[in-house]
Write a protein that binds this ligand. Structure first.
Ligand code: DHK
Length: 148
């Protein structure tokens, strides 16, 4: 990873995108989301490092890995959004811009989804725009990184 890299991190169950609750998350797969991110980044002369894990500690390791020297982090922490102090602390230690993304509108669902432990340690939020929100997040980071 280098200063032109956007690190896109996906949390638990997002590996099942496309088959999991399609009425909420749509029919596109995580591979489709990766293609969206790569296309958006490419327009700005940026590259994408795209990852998914079901494991909180792995996501913490990856946030730490991207904490400096890259264009920024796009994170959909999925269920850990609403539970993880550890991910919050890792994001707080970052010196790069961070964008929180959610495919669905977490503010219009169950009460327990309304609170994000990550919201106030991220610089920008894209919520409820479907998978297109990932491309919006990459575009926003490109603006911060001085992308083309
Ligand atoms: C994805 C999940 O898996 C949920 O746990 C979050 C988020 C919402 C999304 O909308 O992308 O609550």
């Amino acid at each position: 990873m280098d200063a032109r890299t956007v690190l896109v991190l996906n949390g638990p169950n997002l590996n099942l995108l496309g088959e999991r609750e399609p009425e909420l998350y749509g029919r596109e797969t995580l591979a489709d989301v990766e293609r969206l991110c790569v296309t958006a980044a490419d327009r700005h002369g940026l590259g994408v490092d795209f990852r998914q894990s079901n494991h909180e500690g792995t996501l913490v390791d990856w946030v730490q890995e991207g904490r400096a020297g890259i264009a920024g982090i796009v994170l959909n922490a999925a269920g850990y959004t609403h539970t993880s102090v550890a991910l919050r602390d890792a994001l707080a230690a970052c010196r790069v811009p961070r964008v929180e993304v959610h495919i669905s509108d977490i503010h219009a669902r169950e009460d327990f989804r309304r609170h994000s432990y990550l919201a106030d340690v991220c610089d920008h939020h894209v919520v409820g725009h479907g998978v297109a929100g990932y491309a919006e997040a990459v575009d926003w980071l490109a603006g911060r990184a001085g992308g083309a």
